[in-house]
Design a protein around this ligand. Structure first.
Ligand code: UDP
Length: 481
């Protein structure tokens, strides 16, 4: 395991976006947690420090934990290709999908255990009795027993799941089930995700949140949006160079670098006046980037002439725990190459560099703000932070009615839901209708922002964690809500 270095962030900054009474509640909860957790460390263990929703949230939740006066740390497990192939298989199964259809046999299980056991080398002395350990997702739950033996209280924080248990999900859960007894509590993003056989008294439901101050979500002037996207070689220059500066998480400033090859298989950036339909996702089959591409290309006549589709994901070399990325990007490249030239000119694939997480976040921020319509046509989604992020930026979002997306979007009010993600004609119609109605874009965007402000900001998330920690420290293994 290696530690991710994160500096503290003050909770006071929430005063800029929250009503006074919410700030007061947060501060009271923070003081209570700091008092209660004196002498203990809250550890987070995940499988990567960059790429995906878990890493995104930990970047700031860990920092706010420290800002609240709670010793909060984050470590990342290391594994080999086979380990991450097995855990990606589990990820797909628990979402109710077959994935690569590979086996999950005794040798896979032995390898999973071995890799995690190696991760504990040298960590036995660091975790103390009384510490709290949050193990994130299937990649880490196998550490529960060893950590419990060291005297820690262990919480399994599962960010994935399906509302319709089926043969695939049962197979995934069967692999993980032996490790569950070692956890003191289980946290899911939705109640429906908790397998029925888990003791309900130890199940907590805590939906994700975004940080309104991070480089990904902070307010951005138009000239910064233009500056960032032009400098990165994604959109042609509009008027003037724009502003290329951004603020890093540690408060220092950064400048967007000149990038020349972020658009895949293309020489030129998008036209400055293109109206953009955007999906930002990892290159993961369940995000269905290929389906978005086909849905747009096959129904391009539904859309006004100036609409372009932009599919954006991380540089596939940069996300260590996601072995599927290269294949999915390759499939999208093939689909794009086979399009008639006039349609191909309106479809763009973009890979963002992952070597500078703050620049990456700033570029995602600029892209989401530049887009007229954001889509998230996932086949399954644990929660869908990309939806929350676009809603916060007042973008109208068209997204599949799957998983946590239905908790975020009130259909027709704060976004538009696609009830059957496989219905590409309907998908294109819903998106194209939005492009034709700027007034509706604004109405939906405004309601979307308000919904995120009410439900999905960090204060609620931190307070819920505080309640969970309090229950565990109070000594009750079964004090859930
Ligand atoms: N993301 C990013 N760069 C990319 C693609 C995705 O920073 O090139 C971020 C995205 O902004 C969001 C997270 O990765 O914060 C994805 O979280 P989500 O919950 O949508 O899906 P997950 O990847 O966890 O399945």
């Amino acid at each position: 395991m290696r530690e991710v270095s994160i500096g503290a962030l003050p909770l006071d900054r929430f005063a800029a976006v929250l009503p006074e009474e919410r700030v007061a509640l947060l501060k009271t909860a923070a003081d209570r947690a700091a008092h209660l957790l004196t002498g203990r460390t809250v550890w987070n263990v995940s499988s990567t420090e960059r790429g995906g929703g878990v890493a995104e949230m930990l970047q700031t939740l860990v920092a706010y934990g420290q800002g609240a006066g709670v010793r909060t740390r984050w470590v990342v497990v290391t594994g080999d290709e086979r380990f991450f192939t097995v855990t990606k298989r589990l990820h797909n199964l628990i979402h109710g999908f077959a994935g690569d259809r590979g086996a999950l046999d005794a040798s896979d299980e032995a390898h999973y255990r071995e890799v995690l056991a190696r991760n504990l080398d040298g960590w036995q002395e660091r975790v103390r009795p009384g510490d709290l350990v949050l193990l994130h997702d299937p990649q880490t739950v196998g550490l529960a027993g060893a950590l419990r033996t060291l005297g820690a209280q262990v919480i399994w924080r599962c960010h994935i799941g399906t509302d319709r248990a089926d043969g695939h999900s049962s197979r995934g859960w069967a692999f993980l089930r032996p490790y569950f007894e070692d956890a003191d509590a289980y946290v899911f993003s939705r109640r429906e995700y908790a397998p029925a056989w888990l003791p309900a008294s130890r199940v907590w439901v805590i939906p994700p949140s975004l940080d309104p101050f991070s480089a990904k979500n902070a307010p951005m002037a138009d000239e910064s949006v233009r500056g960032a996207l032009h400098r990165a070689g994604i959109v042609e220059r509009l008027d003037g160079d724009g502003n290329v500066a951004f603020v890093r998480r540690n408060g220092t400033s950064g400048l967007v670098r000149v990038h020349r090859e972020l658009l895949v298989d293309e020489e030129r950036p998008l036209p400055a006046d293109a109206a953009v339909m955007l999906q930002v996702s990892r290159w993961d089959r369940l995000k269905d980037m290929a389906g978005v591409l086909t849905g747009f290309a096959d129904h391009v006549d539904h859309f006004p002439d100036g609409v372009h589709l932009l599919l954006v994901g991380p540089d596939v070399r940069g996300v260590s725990d996601d072995p599927e990325g290269g294949q999915v990007l390759g499939e999208c490249r093939q689909l794009r190459a086979a399009l008639p030239p006039a349609t191909r000119a309106r479809v763009h694939l973009c890979c963002l560099p992952m070597d500078d997480v703050d620049e990456n976040a700033h570029l995602v921020n600029a892209l989401q703000r530049h887009a007229s319509v954001v889509v998230q046509k996932s086949l399954m989604e644990g929660f869908g932070l990309t939806v929350t992020e676009a809603m916060w930026k007042e973008r109208p979002v068209v997204a599949s009615a799957v998983g946590g997306i239905v908790d975020q979007i009130e259909d027709g009010v704060s976004g538009v839901l696609l009830h059957d993600p496989a219905d590409l004609d309907h998908f294109a119609t819903l998106a194209a209708d939005l492009f034709r109605d700027p007034g509706r874009q604004v109405r939906i965007g405004t309601a979307a922002h308000e919904r995120v402000a009410r439900e999905f900001l960090g204060d609620r998330h931190l307070i819920q964690y505080g309640e969970l920690f309090a229950a565990l420290v109070a000594g009750s293994r079964s004090a859930s809500r």
